[in-house]
Every structure is written in structure tokens, then in C-alpha cells.
Design a protein around this ligand. Sequence first.
Ligand SMILES: [Fe+2]
Length: 300
Amino acid sequence: MSPSLKLGMPDGTVGWAVESPEAARDSIHRRPFNIRHELHNNELFSLDALRVLSSEIQLRPEDFYFDAGPVSISDRWGAIPVPKISLPELIGQMETSDAWIIMKHVEKNPRYGAVLNEFAEFIWGVLGPDMARMLQNPEMLVIINSPNRITPLHFDAEINFLIQVAGNKSVWVCDPTDRSVVSERDLERYYSYSDFGTYRPIAEEKAVRYTLAPGEGIHIPTHGAHWVRNGTCVSVSLSLNFEFPTWVHRDFYRANNFLRKMGLSPQPRGVRPVMDRMKSASVGAVDYGRVVTKRVLRRV
Ligand SMILES: [Fe+2]
């Protein structure tokens, strides 16, 4: 890969690159594309530094999760045992614990926040101002995996960049528009009940496999079902992600879920674009009404 675009921190210690900004703009939200970085040379992301960081994150229970034990790609989230151990202790045992750790909102620490800011500026610069407006609220998550650990099949609402810092892994990614893998009902349930999707064997026939080594990363499109198998060493990855404005996906699928609960069979996305916008707007208006009502009631 010969990077054609590269930005970096003023001290030159962090850099980002994509092979072709044009190809990245064409692929975003549609299909994976590669991204290069230098975070594997950054001490902030060594296991020792992350263990120190984990003591800070452990004080925010909503910002971390871990589990440990054998996993297959069809296992559901939340069904894997959670060991009774502290987060820093588990990081010290990753070689042998068959564990998966995720630390969220790592950017709350200013040193990590600076790395995220630099990445967000890079991606917004690659995509240009119109597309950049659709990538809101950047977040840094750190994911640490034991050797050979699997992350089960799921899909995400965020615009995700999986960045490999240490170890190797394989990532299988499905077409985000393939409704034989992720159905309209799956999307409605995701946005209404935080249900992370249903495993269907056809996903394994349709997925494309990508491999990641330190210094490499990949864009995983929103709603694209994916799963991960770690290599033979402890892996450190970052999920650098952004949120869509709620009217793009969330409000539409919540509206369809509501209609389905009423006994109707709502049209999927794209069949009637004007109606799609009206559905999204109606849920957005209800949400806005709730916010205004809460504010008024607080003053009464
Ligand atoms: Fe994911």
C-alpha cells in the first residue's frame, strides 16, 4: 500500500493514511476499505499503559465490559460468563484467560482524546464537509482479546473503523445491504431494543475475510454483520467510531417497529422515500416533544 494522503500530529508520532481518498469516499458506508496508522509505535497503547488506564476506567462501570470463556460466532451477546476479577487484573492475565475486554469513551483521558481528535480530523478531511456532517460524536473504544478469542457475529449502528495495534486478527464482514444476513426486523429490533442481531448460517457463505496486523485498520460499514477471530497473540485494537444523526437510521427503524407492533407490515427502507422521511420525522418529533415536556416539567 502506498499512502497517497497522510496527516500527523505536530510531533510526527501519529499518522493516518488511506490508499485513495476518492476510493474511501466511494466506499464509506458501503464496503470495507483499508486505513494505515502508526499507533503500534505509540506507548499509550502498550498493554502496560492500558492497564494503568483501566484503573481510571474501572471507576466508570458504564464504560467497560469483559467476559471470558469459549465462544462461537453464533453466540449471543451477554451469554458469555463474566469473571469475578478487576479490570486491571484481567488485563494482566490476557495470555491465558480466553477473555474479551472493551473500554469505552477512552477519549475522556486527554492524552487519548488527542489521538481521537487527530483521527477524526483526518477522516473528516478525507470525506469532505458534506459527508463529514454525517459523522458525529467521535468515540474511542479499546478492545483487548486473548489469543484465538472469537467475537460473535453482530452489527453496529456506528460508523466504525477497527484499528489494529498489537497482534493479528481475521475479520469477516458482510454487505450491509444484504437483508438475507441482517433483516429489516433485525434493524428494527436493534434500534428499539438494543438487540445485536441474529446469527444466520448464510452469513458465513456471504462474508468476505480481511486480515489485520499492527499498523493496519479497516472501515466496517454500519449494519454490516461481522465477526472476528483473534490470532495466536494477545490483541489490542481500537474501535474509532462516529454516530449518524438519529434521523438517518434510528428514527426510521423505530417508526417501523412501532407500526409492526400495531399489526401492520411496514415497507422497508427505500421503497417509498417520501414516506421514509415522514416516518423518521414523526419519531424525531415525538422525541423532541418528550425533551421539551421534561424541560417544562422541571420548571413547574
Ligand atoms: Fe462491531
